[in-house]
Design a binder for this molecule. Structure first.
Ligand code: ADP
Ligand code: MG
Length: 227
């Protein structure tokens, strides 16, 4: 018991640390990127222009890691609370709209305020989980498409289907989902699904994935319904 306790304490320290790193590092990154961009605009020499562009790319990469992994890492653990899952999805679709627009992706989700399916968890963690999955779906549709999100209830379970008309995955790729640093993207971190899966697990949920390579993917999340 003592050992387990120590492990839990260590995890909490790590989570505190992650939160402050995320917060403290994000601002200087943004500031540096801004100045780099100004330098790049004024720079005439092609070689130097290229160096600056590499530096900007590296800053973007660091930001990606923070976004996938630490965006909502919180200094004080949030309370477990009852959440209306559709409301959280609705919120996240707003956050993701700019990225969707950039990729020519339409988000198909109808928020019905009458339908209330409650789940237990920490709000920001659930949002991080959804953001990472929505982001992957949108990134899978480089030439546009539709991201469909459906919420249904089946007995004591709430099911969230996240369906895209993107590049799809092979069985081998599906098997590797959630593995840290597994990525097929040039600028990927390979942390997004790992974080999402661990949040789902922590909420006592389940996830299953089905996909047709070159055609579509569906992430199906199941959470215990909270009456
Ligand atoms: P990253 O997005 O940084 O690559 P993730 O852990 O979020 O890392 O995703 C890992 C990999 O899983 C992606 O690189 C991609 O190959 C695959 N993947 C995840 N979601 C989808 C999806 N909706 N459609 C196609 N491939 C996906
Ligand atoms: Mg990702």
């Amino acid at each position: 018991v003592l050992q387990r306790l120590m492990k839990a304490e260590k995890l909490e320290i790590v989570s505190h640390l992650a939160a402050s790193i995320s917060h403290e590092v994000r601002n200087p990154l943004t500031a540096s990127r801004g100045f780099m961009q100004m330098l790049q605009e004024d720079e005439k020499e092609p070689a130097k222009k290229r160096y600056i562009s590499i530096a900007i790319n590296e800053l973007d990469r660091a930001k990606e890691i923070i976004d996938d992994y630490l965006l909502f890492a919180n200094s004080a653990p949030e309370r477990n609370e009852k959440m209306n899952i559709s409301e959280e999805i609705h919120h996240v679709t707003h956050i993701m709209t700019p990225l969707a627009n950039m990729n020519g992706v339409a988000i198909d989700f109808t928020f019905d305020e009458e339908v209330k399916f409650f789940v237990m968890g920490e709000r920001r963690k659930l949002q991080q989980c959804l953001i990472n999955l929505f982001k992957n779906s949108i990134e899978a549709m480089q030439n546009g498409g539709t991201l469909t999100v459906k919420v249904t209830k089946e007995g004591g379970t709430v099911i969230v289907d996240i369906i895209d008309t993107g590049c799809g995955m092979t069985q081998e790729q599906i098997n590797r989902l959630g593995e840290p640093y597994f990525t097929t993207k040039e600028k990927g971190t390979g942390l997004g699904t790992m974080v999402s899966f661990s949040i789902i697990h922590y909420m006592k949920g389940k996830v299953s994935v089905s996909s047709v390579k070159g055609k579509e993917t569906c992430f199906s999340l199941e959470f215990p319904l909270c009456e």
